[in-house]
Design a binder for this molecule. Sequence first.
Ligand code: ZN
Length: 353
Amino acid sequence: MSGRFMGWEQGNSPCVLYRGRELTPQKLYTLLLKLWKRDTCAPRMRKDWTEENPTLGQCSITAFLAQDIFGGKVYGVPLGDGNFHCFNAGEGWRFDLTSEQFGAIILSYENAPEQFREAHFAKEEKRLRYEALKASLHAALREMGEMRIALTFDDGPNTSITPQVLDILKENGAVASFFLIARNIDESSAQVARRAWEMGCEINNHSLTHSHMGAMTAEEIRREVADCTEKIVEITGAPPRFFRPPYIDVSPTLFDAVDLTFICGVGCQDWIMDVSAQERIDTILRTARDGGIVLLHDMPGNVNTVEAVKTVIPELKAWGFRFVTCGQLFDETATRPVRGRLYSSVYQTADRI
Ligand SMILES: [Zn+2]
């Protein structure tokens, strides 16, 4: 594929891992070549749109879609007829994915005024064309292959936040893994954990008392873990496969004493109440990877995490992720857990990341 849009050869074009996909403007353009259609062309140019000239009438919806992925700003070259030709620019980069429609005409990109999606999408027909182009991009990315991700929740079970998380999982046909603190299990919270298990979620071990375990003796460790496992077996009938050390505080003694696979995961600081739902969403979406484990908390009062998962589950599904349990992540990838390793991704090759 040779460069065909303004900015193609630019060495400093942004390349981002977005929703688990490594995307460059070139890759996006290559995908869009198959997705730009007469239907997504601006109505006033639709009669002139052809497959040979696919970028015609696609500029603003394409530029705002590219902005979703690469950030930066959208600017518009005044065309003299009251319309603007939209392109993207950010710190040290500039590209125009729909420049081909101008053929040999060289546009002047200097001093172009910024364009705002609120103004462009005030036109309902334009917003719908943007949504259609975005949906077809999602579909094209899903076709590139499925990705797996495991949501994990610590510090439950409880009867306030855990059921809300389960409701969202159910609405989205998703599963997750819950790491229980045995001390939190009573008659009513056990019911919640049982509901999770019956939904296909996984129930795992997060110790008895949620203490720092790095300095504990082997005997103290065994009691913490065995008591939690026992409570889990009472609920599910099956022993857990995975263990998350409280505060990720580990020691060689801990690894020796606990015969379970250790899970860490990539967090979004969701144990800090001041971290907003939007900040949590942004971090999860930015760090989502195929084979990744997301560390979250369903502790009482953690409403921002409930809000965050409401958004991230459908969004990541749209980009081709399937939600799996930790067990499915290891089984489906035929990964044999390595002893002494603290997993944040099933594809991890170092003991810690
Ligand atoms: Zn915890």
